[in-house]
Every structure is written in C-alpha cells, then in structure tokens.
Design a protein around this ligand. Sequence first.
Ligand code: PFF
Length: 465
Amino acid sequence: MAAERGEFSSRLGFILAAAGSAVGLGNIWKFPFEVGNGGGAAFVVMYLLFCFLLCFPVMTAEIAIGRKTRRNAVGAFYSLNSPAWSFIGKLGILSGFLILSFYNVVAGWAFGYVVEMLAGNFDIGNHFGDFVADWIKVGSYGLVFMATTAYIVSHGIQKGIERAAKLLMPSLIIIMVVLLAYSLTLDGAMDGLKFYLVPDFSKINGPVVYSALGQAFFSLSLGMGALITYGSYLNRDQNIVQSAALITLMDVGIAFLAGLMLFPFVFSQGVEPTGGAGLIFVTLPGVFENLGPVVGVVVGTLFFTLLSFAALTSTVSLLEVPVAYVVDEHKVPRTRAVWLTAILIFVVGIPSLLSNGATSIFTNFMQIIGIAQEGATDHSFMTFVGWVANDTFLPLGGMLISIFAAYIWKKENLSEELAQGNENYIGSYTEKYINFAISYLAPVVLSIIFVLTVLNRFFNIQLIG
Ligand code: PFF
C-alpha cells in the first residue's frame, strides 16, 4: 500500500518538500508587505511568537496524523475511527482550493515578470496596473504556471514533488543570498534595516495580530492538511519533531531574509515601504530600474525567478492535498486526478484573475456585497478569498486539528507517534510543551482570535484595539 501511494526517499527529501511548501509567495511577497502595513518590526515580533510557540506544535500534530494513518487529509480521520471529524479535512481541501485559485494568479504575475524582463520590458513595474488588468495575458501566464505544477504533481512523490524540491530549494537559497549581499551594499540600507528590525510596540493592534496569525499559518502551510498529506508519505524512522523544527526555522528564516533583502532595496531609493501588495511588483522593479539597465535586468530577473521557484514548490503542495484525497478515497488514477483538479482550480480562480482591474465587479467585490471596511483600499474578490481562506479557515483548521489530536485521538497516541524515530521524546520538555500547546494554548488562543477576526473582517466590528 505504502509503496503504491509513494514515499519520500529520505528525510532531506521530506524536509525540502515541506519547506518548499512553506516557503513561497507568503514569505517573499506577502510577508514584507504585511510588515510594511503592520508597522515594521512589531509585526515581525508577533509573527515569530506565533510561529514558534503556537504553530510549531500544531505542525508536529499534523505530520503525526498523516504518518500514523498514511492517508490524505480526509481519509486520515476515518483511519483514526473518527469519521465525524473528517470535516476538518474537507475544510482543508476547500481552503486548498481557494488558496491555490488566487495563489496561482499571483504566481502567474511573478512568472510573467521573468518573461517580460527577459524580453526587454524592463519598466514593467510602471505598468503593473495595466499588466494585471490584461487578463488574457496574465491568464496565460497563470495557465502555464498551473500546468507546470500539475506536471510535477502528476509524477508522484519521489519523481515529481521530491525531485522538484531538491532542485528548486537550493537554487532559491543561492539566489536569495546573492541578492541579499548586494542589497546590503546599497546606500540607505541601514534605514531599511532599522524600519524592519526595531519594533515600535504601539503599532500592535487587533488587525495587526490577526494578520500576523493568519500569516504564520499561511506561511507554514498549516491548518489545511497539507502537512497531513506530506506526513503520510514520511517514513516511520524519521524524527517528526526535529523535522518540524527545521521546516519552521527554514520558513521563518527565509521570510526574515526576504525582508532583510527587500527593505534596504526600498529605502535605498527613498520609497515608502507601505506599498501593499504592490511592494514587490511596483516598488521593487522601480528600484531595480534605478540600478541601471544591465545590473537592473540581472537583479530583476533573478528576483522574479526566485519568487517563481518559491511559488512553484508551494503550488505543488496545494495541488497535492485534493489530489491525494481523490486518489486515496475515490481510486482515481493520479494523472487523471491531477489534471482534472488543476483545471477545476484554475476555473475557480477566474474571478480572482479578473479582480485586478479587468472588470469592476470583482475589483469592488467587497463593496458590492457590503463588507468593505472604511479606509481599506483593496476591495477585490482576491482579497476577500484571502480573508476567508488564510485568515479564517487556516487558523480554524489549526484549532480543530489541535483539539482533535489532544482530546479525540489523545495525547498519548500523539506522543507515541512522535516518539517513533525520536527515542528520548517521551518525558522530555518538548513533549510537555507540545502537549500543553495543543491541549490548551492553541484551542484557547485560536478560538479567541477566530471570533475576533470574523467580527472584524466580515462584520466590521472591532472589539479590541
Ligand atoms: N506556505 C505557502 C506560502 O507561504 O507561500 C502558501 C501555502 C502553501 C499555504 C501550501 C498552504 C498550503 F497548504
């Protein structure tokens, strides 16, 4: 059975694939602009606390559920004799669908920027608005991106997902280090670092906390069964706690380095860092342009290649979640499952594709359905899907997974699974902390923030801050 489903060939393969899932647009595109909007280092501190104290324990539980059952995000709950709880997996699949539907649109922009820059359209950043509104063009880039994702996933675990991660992740790290070293040599780099690294805690308010939490879950690919799915392909000898720690560190490390690289670029040109979603696609290319035609093209092309690689290992994991479900539970052959799911998600993504200026219905979506917030600038369908999936469903999924692991599956069973490949686990401080976090910390903190987020985002009611 296991051989048929596929298995990662080594711990490195698993860690690179899971870190590949985690490291994506969330780290390089979303994290810096959330930092910009959320007031700089204060946001960074909140994000780090959530990642290590809350998300890391939930991650070990997700991987353990997957490895124990060797089934997909829905089937795993059946295997643990809890069919009623399989709705967590179904919610996860829905989140995966929604996230991939808009994620692929942005990935298409990143890929499109590589092509445009190589084709000599160097000032593409000045035409961002026209570029994203040109739905046929960006739709074609998105289609190529989705097809590449599907191609990789159709080759299965070792020959598809693991091989791609082993190629793309090291390339990504090398490109990142080169760009970071260069950015730190620019004049004004220090101002960028100050904005990024010196916290002003007066800037922390409700929405900053909700975004930091949503960002932590999104960035770690947590709360939607992606790690149940990847865990189901992990060998019993591997140490889950250590792997989860490495994945969290890599993810946080790369988000951190992305900011460290980006803010010096931005401040070196005296540009405001609060550029929202456009920070990467408008502000940064403008900065590259100022570096002169040769250096600018090289740096710009490298940067958007980096972004596309990071996105690809994430879209692969997003697609694998529903595919594993269809393959395991409905016995559909992998190739067919992959292409059908990919097409369906692409179609679901069309409103997001159109929500960036192609038609005003989707651009003003939140205003039209009456949930736009005062002072908010982005009312698009794509932003709405992000609120629903990233900021609401993922933390909700994380909360339910914690409750399930602690009280339904039971802590002892979780510990037993986590002790496989980790002899000293039982009785260790790590075990005590993980049990505390999934039994009390995560359910309490996540349910409070869940209620506050829903009130704030969808009813415009702000109870705190
Ligand atoms: N972690 C990815 C990122 O930061 O870009 C996004 C993501 C991938 C979320 C896979 C959820 C997921 F299952």
